[in-house]
Design a protein around this ligand. Structure first.
Ligand SMILES: Nc1ncnc2c1ncn2[C@@H]1O[C@H](COP(=O)(O)OP(=O)(O)OP(=O)(O)O)[C@@H](O)[C@H]1O
Ligand SMILES: [Mg+2]
Length: 265
């Protein structure tokens, strides 16, 4: 057995796993050796104050940030050891949904065109994929006829649901959702959270869910990872972490929530 195979087995059913991941921007080291994983079917919350490195980690996982050292495993394969074409295939398995779907949905393309492209980046047209597009829209509480509309015809919450539909159509192993509810009004946040909870029920979708909002994390996540200054200070099942945090910093975060622990949306 090669070392590579042994390591792959140790990763087990993790869909994505980071080992000692370091990210630097010029001389500034922002992630100081982060190790974390998301297992099949789990929704993992990534919380921590602004600037703690949550987006930096998310972007390292989806290939938008260069990893200076450490390992990134996607579906049991270590990315840096993969060939260029393999790497391209691996990164398709991790789909990033950004905070602002305005910047990620092309304003000149209909929703149908955008979704067809997610299914088939080379020759996707809405007509060839009508059924899958309709299904994806319906799963996000949208109407199949919405495929003919443009992004500006939708509300923020609807656009965010379209961005999730697009990510799902790639059939990824992991969805990385970076503050996808934080730019929305509270009532619209609840709408996006409800679709996420519905999505969770099939038990197969794995998600890394980044949020400032501990109430949202409590609502949506099976596990939470708490970051501070580019390091993980706590990691465990949401219920345990919120009930009896091991780290002082997590306790501080919980104390800072209006209404204290046990808060709800
Ligand atoms: N492209 C970049 N170039 C230089 N520095 C960066 C870059 N991206 C992030 N940083 C720095 O890395 C640190 C972590 O930023 P990051 O965006 O990961 O934080 P965050 O936890 O996502 O914060 P927020 O909750 O505000 O989104 C910050 O100090 C930030 O200034
Ligand atoms: Mg961020």
């Amino acid at each position: 057995m090669t070392a590579g195979t042994a390591a792959a087995e140790a990763v087990g059913t993790a869909v994505v796993s980071c080992r000692d991941v370091v990210v630097e921007f010029g001389a500034a080291r922002v992630l100081h050796g982060v190790s974390a994983e998301v297992r099949q079917g789990r929704v993992v919350g990534l919380v921590g104050e602004s600037g703690s490195g949550k987006s930096t980690l998310a972007k390292a996982i989806v290939g938008m940030n260069r990893i200076a050292s450490g390992e990134l495993w996607i579906d049991g394969e270590e990315v840096s050891r993969a060939s260029r074409s393999q790497r391209h295939r691996l990164y398709r398995k991790v789909q990033y949904v950004p905070q602002d779907p305005y910047s990620s949905l092309n304003p000149r393309r209909t929703i149908g065109q955008t979704l067809a492209e997610a299914i088939d980046p080379v020759g996707g047209t809405p007509r060839r994929h009508t059924e899958r597009i309709a299904e994806a829209l319906e799963a996000m509480w949208l109407d199949p006829s919405d495929a003919r509309k443009y992004p500006h015809e939708f509300s923020g919450g609807q656009r965010q649901r379209i961005a999730i539909a697009r990510a799902l159509l790639v059939d990824p192993s992991l969805i990385v959702a970076d503050e996808i509810t934080s730019a929305l009004d509270v009532s619209v946040q609840a709408e996006v959270i409800r679709v996420l909870q519905e999505l969770k029920q099939d038990g197969e979708r794995s998600m890394l869910f980044i949020t400032h909002n501990l109430a949202v994390a409590q609502e949506v996540c099976d596990d939470v990872v708490v970051m501070l200054h580019g390091e993980i200070v706590e990691n465990g099942p949401t219920e345990r972490v919120f009930r009896s945090p091991e780290s002082e910093y997590t306790q501080k975060l919980l104390d800072s929530v209006p209404g204290g622990p046990g808060f709800s949306l």
